[in-house]
Design a binder for this molecule. Sequence first.
Ligand SMILES: [Mg+2]
Length: 265
Amino acid sequence: MKSLAALSSDEARTLRGVVFDLDGTVLTRGALTLEAYRALHELRASGLELVASTGRPAGWGAVLARQWPLDLAISENGAVAHRRAGDRLELVDGVDASTRERRRDRLASIVRELRASFADIPLADDNEARRTDTTFDVRESMATPAPRVAELRRAAAALGARTFESSIHVHVTLETDDKASGTVRFLSRAFGVDSTSALARYAFIGDSANDEACFSAFATTFAVANVREWLRQLGRTPRFVSQRSEGAGFAEIVEALLAGQRGGA
Ligand SMILES: [Mg+2]
């Protein structure tokens, strides 16, 4: 991983947008700092398109798309997207309503089995706002030992579900997209870019294991300094890393991007 000073102006100027993770990246211990929120507004004012891509629930995506300076909010690890369309909010689910209902029923029975064997791991407190996955809280309110988290993921796989692990959660899902493929699909749909140019012209900023697909797929990738806790689990590391962690690191990356766009980097 290189320092932000290594970002060239040429690379910064090719970008038309920025895709970023929330927890551990924009959010600092789950909260939005003034510094990070200001960085979001500065990024938007520069004319770049802003896209949040998070493992958090679709219900959060709806609020983000309404209230934050965003062009698109992708939630549940690439499964669902929200955008403003005039005064209305548009929801895009990757599958039709009957497929969604069938998947929800099947997922509910898988989660019942998991909960019977993993009563020590609580469900996350944001499941009511979810459409496509059920999420266990492995590090948000308490620390679950890593081997136990691995057991949970293996058990879910044995029942036919996929899992994604973020800095705080394990998501259990029947969706076929990962954060990168889902994000690229929604970028194409929302902005009319083909997938090749989406991967070349949107930078990605993240921090942990569920960002790995995006670190692999996008050409210009950044992480905040706390990514170092996850390096052993990441098959592909981001190209650039900030010195500071979480929201402060996000603001540092935004500053480097804007300096690069102005040609002063
Ligand atoms: Mg994160």
